[in-house]
Design a protein around this ligand. Structure first.
Ligand code: NAP
Length: 422
């Protein structure tokens, strides 16, 4: 499509002679292309209830369109380029020119959110970004609007569909390598999946959700994250045996007057609302004393699915439903929190092994909830689940155990989320 061939039914005046609502589109790839098609399909309906017809007044890609011209001719800009630059520069320029903006860019928002929010506030324009977190799942709107008067205690999210697909395949018996290859064949994983499998993509989304839920600035660099590369088929077997689900979970929660934001694999008790989320789906659970718990799930990616969230943002701006972002609060970020752990030890079975392990744990005040021993002799495995303990204490105990001569490979730990929110 060319910059001079607007979509959405042309520039004709809408119902009652109202001028069309002109959307400048930056990026025409997977999401941008699907957005242009969807806007064309939905333009009649949007015009019917809104009085103005949305039209695409210009398109910018690497090979077509002129940014200044598109900006001057648009009522609102939609940024679907991705990455930090030039997306940041374009969004700032648009807001400084008094234009409302919509973006799906989690990288940008998790690294330069405050600069963008402050510019939106200063200029009194709207900055909408529903599609930046969990694709079509409307969690941004839930936090910004429906729950804006509700003190949120905690958010748990499966916010990366690629890793959830891989973990689902591994639960069915596939190895990590086969599951990743299957995700790439099915189009769920990029050729370079490192941001997904390392947890960095989920960390960016959790930084954005934490800012919305708690009002405090959270940069991507503030989020501690671990990925799924170190998980093994045995972990899945133990998960099945213990009746637990194994997921890559993002958590943002209030802790000791501050906020903790992290991403890591976690065992979930069978009844947890996120335990049953399978395949490339995303889901988010929001917990608060006032509402107990709300869980939403749906497709976290895909051109048309993401485009529908972007178009929802455009309509929200057209109908005046969105407000500029609130100014930030200053809450401390808490790094050391308590978690229960699963501990996997590959050991040579001889007398005194269990005593040495329990001594190392006891010295850090880690108390054991359950122990399973498998195999004998050179091929023994000790699997334990602990009660909640400070993560720093668990790491210290693991460091000591890694030095024992009977431990044959580095000990592995996975957090366990087993308590229900009440
Ligand atoms: N794909 C998904 O399922 C999904 C889901 C949720 C959120 N998102 C977010 O949506 C955004 C877009 O993702 P996508 O998958 O649609 O990306 P994409 O397919 O790679 O498309 C990117 C578009 O931006 C254009 N572009 C790149 N650099 C540019 C530059 N310097 N100047 C002008 N145009 C430039 C490209 O131009 P050319 O056409 O000339 O290459 C292309 O049209 C990203 O922020 C992504 O994180 C995507």
């Amino acid at each position: 499509m060319s910059a001079s061939a607007p979509n959405g039914g042309g520039d004709r005046a809408g119902v009652g002679g109202k001028a069309p609502f002109r959307v400048g589109l930056l990026g025409h790839g997977t999401v941008g292309g699907a957005f242009a098609v969807l806007l064309g399909e939905r333009a009649d309906e949007i015009e019917r209830f809104n009085g103005r017809r949305p039209v695409i007044s210009g398109v910018l890609t690497r090979t077509q369109g002129d940014f200044e011209r598109i900006l001057s001719e648009a009522d609102l800009l939609v940024e679907l380029i991705g990455g930090v630059e030039p997306a940041r520069e374009y969004l700032l320029a648009a807001m400084r020119a008094g234009k409302d903006v919509v973006s799906a860019n989690k990288q940008l928002l998790s690294q330069h959110g405050e600069e963008l929010f402050e510019t939106a506030r200063e200029r009194g324009v709207r900055l909408r970004f529903e599609a930046a977190v969990a694709g079509a799942v409307p969690v941004v709107r839930l936090l910004e609007e429906s729950l804006s008067a509700t003190p949120i205690e905690r958010i748990h999210g499966i916010v990366n569909g690629t890793t959830n697909f891989i973990l689902t395949e591994m639960t069915a018996g596939a190895s990590y390598e086969d599951a990743l290859a299957q995700a790439q064949r099915s189009g769920y994983a990029e050729a370079d999946p490192s941001d997904d499998v390392s947890g960095r993509d989920a960390a960016a989304k959790m930084a954005i959700l934490a800012r919305l839920a708690f009002g405090t600035p959270v940069h991507l660099d503030d989020v501690r994250y671990e990925g799924i590369e170190q998980l093994r088929a045995e972990d899945m077997e133990y998960a099945r045996e213990l009746g637990l689900g194994l997921k890559l979970i993002g958590t943002a929660e209030r802790r000791h007057g501050g906020v903790s934001v992290r991403v890591h694999p976690a065992f979930l008790y069978g009844g947890h609302p996120l335990a049953s989320v399978v395949g490339p789906f995303n889901a988010v659970t929001v917990e608060s004393e006032a509402i107990t718990e709300i869980t939403m799930s749906g497709p976290g990616a895909g051109g048309r699915q993401t485009a529908s969230a972007v178009l929802g943002d455009v309509v929200s701006v057209m109908t005046g439903g969105a407000r500029p972002p609130a100014p930030p609060l200053a809450l401390p970020l808490i790094e050391d929190v308590k978690s229960a752990f699963y501990l996997y030890l590959d050991v040579v079975d001889h007398p005194g092994v269990l005593a040495a392990v329990t001594h190392a744990l006891g010295a850090q005040e880690v108390s054991i909830k359950s122990v399973v021993q498998r195999g004998l002799g050179e091929n023994a495995r000790l699997v334990m689940v602990t009660h909640p303990v400070l993560e720093s204490s668990m790491h210290a105990a693991v460091e000591e155990m890694a030095g024992f001569d009977f431990v044959r490979s580095p000990p592995r730990t996975i957090r366990v989320i087993e308590e229900e929110f009440v």
